[in-house]
Design a protein around this ligand. Structure first.
Ligand code: ZN
Ligand code: ZN
Ligand code: ZN
Length: 362
């Protein structure tokens, strides 16, 4: 059985358990996960309708139909012409389905139109159902994540040899983008270069600030390779570390490696966060660790499971996520170290393998 037929069958089994008669998926990664086809995020509606039994139908703008490759006929294509009403077509395919699960990234406009067309039908979120399928990666998916991680690791090692001082953050970020593409990424999703005080903002957008001697620079970037995402953070220090940096760096390093070592099947997502948070708090920086410890990764950069206090989800083999504790000292500097890891049958595999110690650059 091809992997898409297998995933559709898993989705249909999950629908039975969830008491849902159909799933509707539009833009976002749920659709390519089940079909291999990614819809363009346009005003024209694309919608996969997965019934509890039988083959799904992909309602797609007629002009897009040629882009759809149907693996072994696992779903049918219903093209709609510019003058047709696609909502009526989707409604007819849904038929008497009373409870329909809708993908997270469906435009609200389409949901509102569907509700207006058939007010008796109940819509709910397909979020839990689809994430329960996507959260545990197959060996093929883990291979793809591993290769994506290797690409950004090569870039980190290359960046340790380049000059940072006298250049703008934007200039350094462009070099990272170019090197990631040259090393095998198909596209880039984000590129954070946060120097000096800008490092204290975890999602800082690289700007005009000129990097100077004594800056600590947070470099956090990721992209897509064969449909799967990368995400890594390493620290670069220009010449020498700023005041107060070294002790905090030791705390982040210890928190990050202890959290990685804690990962194995059977522990909760929250417990991984707690391991990292306790080390940082004990070192006196608890108030400066202002985000969760990590997020799942796969076809999206941020997906389940989230490593955050309160998430009692049990980790299982095949789950992939980041471990990225940080300390953010407003007005001074920021520190973060991030690796992607995968839960194995008896422990953990770290996909990012570059040296975690900060690199001293000129
Ligand atoms: Zn982030
Ligand atoms: Zn990151
Ligand atoms: Zn991340």
């Amino acid at each position: 059985m091809n992997r898409f037929a297998d995933r559709i069958e898993q989705a249909q089994l999950a629908m039975g358990v969830a008491g849902v008669e159909a799933i509707c998926l539009s833009v976002g990664s749920d659709l390519p996960y089940l079909t291999g086809y990614r819809a363009m995020a346009l005003e024209r509606v694309t919608m996969l309708i997965v019934p509890r039994e039988g083959a799904p139908a992909l309602v797609v703008p007629g002009l897009e139909a040629a882009r759809v490759d149907v693996p072994d006929g696992v779903f049918s294509i219903v093209g709609w012409a510019e003058t047709e009403d696609p909502i009526a077509i989707i409604d007819a395919i849904l038929g008497d389905a009373a409870t329909v699960a809708l993908g997270d990234e469906t435009w609200s406009r389409f949901l509102l139109q569907l509700q207006e067309t058939n007010p008796g039908r109940t819509y709910r979120s397909a979020s839990d159902l689809m994430s329960s399928l996507r959260i545990r990666k197959s060996s093929g998916e883990i291979d793809a994540l591993r290769r994506a991680a290797q690409t950004v690791d090569s870039v980190v090692d290359e960046m340790a040899e380049v000059v940072f001082s006298g250049r703008s953050e934007r200039d350094v970020s462009r070099e990272i983008i170019d090197r990631a593409i040259a090393n095998g990424h198909d596209s880039m999703d984000f590129w954070i270069v946060a120097s000096g005080p800008n490092g204290a903002s975890p999602h800082h957008e690289p700007g005009d600030r000129i990097i100077e001697h004594g800056d600590a620079v947070v470099v956090d970037f990721g992209g897509t390779q064969n449909g799967y995402r990368s995400d890594t953070t390493r620290m670069f220090v220009v010449g020498e570390t700023p005041y107060g940096f070294d002790d905090a760096f030791e705390a982040v390093c210890a928190a990050q490696s202890s959290a990685v070592e804690h990962v194995r099947p059977g522990v909760t997502a929250a417990s991984v966060d707690a391991v990292a948070r306790e080390i940082i708090a004990d070192a006196g920086y608890g108030d400066l660790f202002i985000h969760r410890t990590g997020h799942g990764i796969g076809m999206d950069t941020h997906e389940h499971p989230y490593l955050v206090e309160g998430n009692d989800q049990i980790l299982k083999a095949g789950m992939a996520f980041s471990i990225e504790p940080g300390i953010y000292n407003p007005g001074e500097w920021g520190i973060r170290i991030e690796d992607i890891v995968v839960v194995t049958h008896d422990g953990v595999e770290r996909l990012n393998r570059t040296e975690r110690r900060y690199r001293v650059v000129t």
